[in-house]
Design a protein around this ligand. Sequence first.
Ligand SMILES: C[S@@+](CC[C@H](N)C(=O)[O-])C[C@H]1O[C@@H](n2cnc3c(N)ncnc32)[C@H](O)[C@@H]1O
Length: 309
Amino acid sequence: MHHLDLLACPLTGSALRRTGDALVGATGHRYSVTPSGIPLFAEQHCSEDAKRQQAHYDRVAAAYIASLAYPHTLEYMDYLDTAFLDAVGDAPLDTVAEICCGTGEAFRLLGSRVGRGVGVDISVAMLEAAVSARENPRLEFTQGDATRLPLRSGAFDAVFMFGGIHHVNDRQKLFGEIARILKPGGRFYWREPVSDFWLWRALRAVIYRLSPALDHATERPLLYEETVPVLQAAGLRPLQWRTYGFFGFCLFMNSDVLIFNRAFRFIPGIRRLTRWAAALDDRITRTPTMGNAGLQVIGCAEKPRGEPA
Ligand SMILES: C[S@@+](CC[C@H](N)C(=O)[O-])C[C@H]1O[C@@H](n2cnc3c(N)ncnc32)[C@H](O)[C@@H]1O
């Protein structure tokens, strides 16, 4: 079964109905569904950026997923996850979308708090992994382009993005789509690479070009001055922007890019070492002058409720 009331034809916005092994929009657009239940909304119409990302993530999916399971990656991720959950607080999560969901990391973190959820990604290889790892039966996964979401307008309490915004060059369209699908008062949360600090900007410029694990044409970390006006123009009110991660993040994360980092898993006590590094990074990024110097930003923006007449 699909959450058909949460899906919409990405071309016309119309409702969908199920016929055989496909979903069909009111104007006849037809979308096939894989045997594992993933509707394919981007097979026929998809931006050039998304096509490029699809080819890239279909190719690197297995290595990317493996890199998330190293003990030091998991330990550092715990620190970032705690910070993220603090940002979410007790916000309502009845109906949730995760965009550029990959294996559904935000859903996994939020667990049973999510009432119903739809994860959207362009890579079918990543989505198949999400379906296999799904623990909450009220979650569904669908293929779609983040700049043309196959989701119903005004239907979601919250939208999450982990490491997806920086892959989408057309942020105006992306944030416009997020504003469209949120309910008034709904919130958009993200955790993304940020390059406001000169050192990370310079390092990434080199690494993104050299690493075969990355596609430099579609890797563009956030910048505060560039992001906030686009959120506002889309009708989203920024509520939080705080950065995390410093030398510890550099060293212990990114095992998909820094090959030597994969050997860290054999070092005895690596988890404890990573915890110390995360605590040190936390102190650095909490220093007043270093507040914007982290490598990752955790942020939140709200779709304002309409003014009462
Ligand atoms: C760095 S991965 C993050 C995956 C997941 N959120 C996580 O934290 O593991 C980026 C994901 O964005 C997806 N993606 C990139 N561009 C996209 C687009 N235009 N529309 C939908 N998904 C996209 C990729 O397929 C990939 O799964």
